[in-house]
Ligand binder design. Sequence first.
Ligand SMILES: [Zn+2]
Length: 140
Amino acid sequence: MGEYLKPLPSKNLDDKPLWDSCKNHSMALQRCASCGQFRYPPRSLCPNCHATETEWRPVSGRGRVYVSLVMCHSYGPAWEKDVPYNVSIIELEEGVKMWSNVIGCPPDEVKIGDAVVLVYEDVTEEISLPKFRPAGHQTP
Ligand SMILES: [Zn+2]
């Protein structure tokens, strides 16, 4: 594992369970223990019912592309060899939307509504980032 030069998430009390679950390749998201609604990013109050009781539940890893962009310019040396790359908002089956990257296909082939599945990029000993691949593609 080489040196990772892009920004990394800093684990705080709200999102530590998220990053720990990603490290275990079994992403869990925060879910309201009162109304059952998943939420992302993690926060202490349910935006639906304002309850503070929280649980962490593994997600299916299935979702659809909600927004898709192709980044054609590098915003720093760490991204130079990635250009062009995809940046997408994925709507998970559980109803939450998260920014990520669709990998494993040409970035301009990612279309809104495409089915995707969660994969993990182990970028450091401590951090694995959630990414997505087109559904049906096999992980190498
Ligand atoms: Zn709630």
